[in-house]
Structures are given as structure tokens and as C-alpha cells.
Design a protein around this ligand. Sequence first.
Ligand SMILES: Cc1cc2nc3c(=O)[nH]c(=O)nc-3n(C[C@H](O)[C@H](O)[C@H](O)COP(=O)(O)OP(=O)(O)OC[C@H]3O[C@@H](n4cnc5c(N)ncnc54)[C@H](O)[C@@H]3O)c2cc1C
Length: 381
Amino acid sequence: MHDTLVVGGGVMGCAVALHLARAGQRVVLLEKGGLCMQASGVNAGTLAIQIKRAALIPYALRGWEMWSDARQWLGSDAGFHQVGGVTLAFTQEEAEMLAERMEARRRNGAPIEMVGSNRARELEPGLSDKPVLASWCALDGYASSNELGMLFRAALANADVEVREFASVDAIDRLSGGYTARTLAGPVSASRVVLAGGMWLEALLKRDFGIHIPLICRVNQVSVTERMPPIMRRVVGVATGQLTLKQSQNGTVIIGGGWQGKGDPERGGYEVIPENLIGNLRLASYAVPALRKARVVRTWLGLEGNTEDAMPIVGELPGAPNAFVIGGVRGGFTIGPFMGMLLAQHILGQQPEMPIFDPTRAIVPSPSAAGKTTRRPDSAS
Ligand SMILES: Cc1cc2nc3c(=O)[nH]c(=O)nc-3n(C[C@H](O)[C@H](O)[C@H](O)COP(=O)(O)OP(=O)(O)OC[C@H]3O[C@@H](n4cnc5c(N)ncnc54)[C@H](O)[C@@H]3O)c2cc1C
């Protein structure tokens, strides 16, 4: 019997599994596809402190630190580059919103400075003359999300985690002394279970624990251009950071976020919405005019699950001893490695380095869950 069974091999599940195993636990991780083939491997790879929610800034700073030190804990620098970032406002209304949001983030420790349009163009000569105001954060950068599955596979193997890919968990049964996951290849048992199912957490929680935590599904869109000569140096954020662009070392420009695509987590079948894609590309070239000459070679979509209050759910499930959840983290590529470490510290009985996020606050009553769980109105973080 294993000590811990992790369901879901995205950045959250892999990070928890790695930290638990390095602390001496026997860990098994079950992933229905390949490691980091969903949100954690298809995201835009932006590590931008200035676009994180104010309340999550201390977590984002620690996540950023972990990425900058990835060689030490992940065995590779994971394509980490710190290039600095500017987030742009094009109208007076946007400028007010940008200044207000950045002030809240600055108060929580983000090293952000507001700069005028001339200074923004000095920092990023590729910008158009359209911005009226910008924020600047020297820490912002990016890493290679598409390498993450491969890197975690090697790190988890070195830490003796038993990783089973293409092993969908069809049900989790609570038995005396632990949990058993049912898979096509047979049952897998452990003393505790960690649910790290990304956008699929809502369905997993409802099916196996009778707990209803609604997740808002964001169908994020990322495009990559052909290789270009150097046209920009920084991470550029537009629409108050909803859309980010940066040029990789190989010359391609990655344009991520913005208006979304269409998709269904249960049935699959994601679809680009052409007018949304065109809107994102127009906005990108409004900010960096050299992009008007770029040809997009590929656009893809990925699913992100956000809680109703847009804050993470990281902690023990009420009424289910030794069952834990980790998910709902906005900007989870940046923050994920640190969130995984926090949950591992909690599971190991240590004081987590920063407070974790009681999932109870996000539970809503559902007819199928009647009598199993109740919402605790005083527990909102
Ligand atoms: C397109 C896109 C762009 C983004 N850009 C950025 C960015 O630039 N910067 C940033 O910081 N964040 C970004 N994010 C957010 C970030 O990628 C996510 O917050 C993070 O990857 C979520 O990690 P996760 O492990 O919770 O989920 P996931 O990576 O989705 O992992 C969950 C895993 O659980 C598995 N699973 C589900 N059900 C089962 C089951 N029954 N049995 C076994 N396995 C199961 C799934 O197959 C999946 O692999 C972006 C997200 C998307 C989608």
C-alpha cells in the first residue's frame, strides 16, 4: 500500500508528488493522459508577477523563485528567462484600472513601477505609440511549459514516485485506513489521496465525494508565429494583462490569453472562435506593430478551472479524512510548484510556509450531496 495516491499529473499533482516522495513517502500518481498534457503543458509559459491577483502575489513571488531555481529541484532550468515585462493601458479608463490594480499588487510585495509611454518605449522599443500608461516589473519572464511533462517524468522517477500515465481513475472508494482508485488496469490503494484534476476536479469531487465545488471553465487560447527577427525583448501585457506576448529565444512570438475559445471538459472537442482569435491578433499587433508582418503557424486551446471567488482550493476535504484537493489556482503555471510544496508540507504535518486555502469555503449545496457537506460561510479567505 502506498502512503499517497495523487490523481492528476499536471503541475499541481506532479509538484505535490515530488515533494512528498522527497520527504520519504511512497507515492503513486495516476494520470489519464500523459504528464502535463493539459493546462500545465499547453499554457503560454508566462511568469509575470504583475498580472497575478493581489492576494496571490506572495505565492507568485515564491513560485517565480522556484522557477528561477528549477535546475536545483527539477533538474533543468526549464527554459526560464527573466526579461522584465510591461503591461499597457491604451485609454484613460484602462490607465485608471491599471494604476489601481498595480497599486494593490505593489502593496502586497510585487516590485512594480508605473511608467509613462516614453519610458515604456525605452524599456520595450518594439511598442507602438498607442499606450498612454504602463506598469513595469523587472522580474517578469517565461519558461517552457511544453517541456514540463518530460522534466517532471524524469524528476519523479528519480524520486521513486510510481507514475502511471494513460491511467484514468474511474472511481475512488473510501476503505478503512485509506482510499482505492479504480482504473482499467486494476485497483490502486493508499492511505491518503490528493485530487489534482485541474478543470476535471469539479466532476471528480462530485462523483467520488459528493462535494460540489463549481469551477468556471476558461478555454484559453495560445498562438505561435513563425520565427521572426528580434522584434521585442520583454513580456508585453495588454487588456490589463489578459493577453500576453513575448518573443522566444528561437524567434517565434507566443500570444496567449485574451478572448477565449470554446470547449467542454467532459466531451472534449475544443474549438477556436475565429473572430476571437482575430481580435487577439489585432490587439497584439496594435501593441507591437512588427507583428503585422508575422504569420501565425499554430493556435491551440487549453482548459483552466477557476473557483467562483478566483482563489485556490488547497487543503483537506471536509468529512473525508486524509483526502486533499489542489486546484483552482489562477496563473497556476507560475504558482503551481510552490502550491504543491505547501500542500506537501501540510500533509507531512509541517507548518506550511504560507497559509493554504480551505476548500470548504467554495462548496455549494447540491441535491446529490445533501447531508454530506455544508458550506461554512465564515471560512472564505
Ligand atoms: C491555454 C492556457 C494558457 C495559460 N497560460 C498561463 C501562463 O502563461 N502563466 C501561468 O502562470 N498560468 C497559465 N495558465 C494557467 C495554468 O496553466 C494552470 O493554472 C495550471 O497548469 C493548472 O495545473 P493543474 O495541475 O491544476 O491542471 P492540469 O494541468 O489541467 O492537470 C490536471 C490533470 O488531471 C488529469 N485528470 C483529470 N481527471 C483525471 C482522472 N479521472 N484520472 C486521472 N487523471 C485525471 C488531467 O488529464 C490533467 O492532466 C494557462 C492555462 C491555459 C489553459
